[in-house]
Design a protein around this ligand. Structure first.
Ligand SMILES: [Zn+2]
Ligand SMILES: [Zn+2]
Length: 193
């Protein structure tokens, strides 16, 4: 584990070089992300945002740093942290080609919202994945990313609903079996009287 001093040095470096995010890849940063302070901050931010992606409005589970200033790291500037979904987060940090996006573009991508509407994924559990909408080729990379994120979420939700329903049916079947067994026991006991 790095000392508190070393961690501070990394963050101080980031603070003084706001366009140089290379320090984010240092082992100290991973330690920070694994630490209890960050866990606390992250939970606070996700709760504040009601686990909603602040970029697209979908379900979000990632706390994204809009700044690496010391006060943010210390948990004293939560307004510079935002809940985002995995899809938007990938898009903030990586280009469509999978290359790392320069840090001075992150904020612009974060702020680019889903104002341009796109068709809702049509979930059909007999298929593996909702078919792409007819407008797919005309959709932007961000729209495609958002569509895919919501398609995954909706499919998961539908599967979950189906599973819960099957479980309820299973339960009532076993309950019926139990009632039938009790009845048989009762009849047997009655016959002995
Ligand atoms: Zn999102
Ligand atoms: Zn991020």
């Amino acid at each position: 584990m790095p000392t508190q001093e070393e961690v501070r040095a990394v963050f101080e470096h980031m603070r003084q070089n706001p366009t140089d995010f290379s320090a984010v890849e240092s082992p100290d940063y991973s330690d920070y992300l694994a630490g209890s302070l960050w866990r606390k901050i992250k939970r606070r931010v996700l709760e504040r945002d009601d686990k909603t992606c602040q970029s697209c409005g979908g379900p979000g589970s990632v706390a994204h740093h809009r700044s690496y200033a010391q006060e943010v790291m210390d948990g004293n500037a939560d307004h510079l942290l935002a809940t985002v979904c995995e899809g938007c987060h990938a898009l903030i940090h990586f280009t469509d080609q999978g290359a790392k996006r320069p840090s001075d573009e992150w904020e612009a991508v974060f702020l680019e919202t889903k104002s341009q509407a796109f068709p809702e994924p049509h979930v059909d559990l007999r298929r593996n994945f909702p078919p792409h909408p007819a407008t797919w080729d005309r959709m932007t990379a961000k729209q495609k990313q958002l569509w895919q994120t919501s398609a995954i979420a909706l499919t998961k939700e539908a599967r979950e609903r189906k599973r819960a329903k099957a479980e309820r049916r299973h339960l009532s079947e076993s309950q019926r079996a139990a009632v039938a067994a009790n009845l048989k026991d009762g009849q047997r006991a009655y016959r002995k009287l």
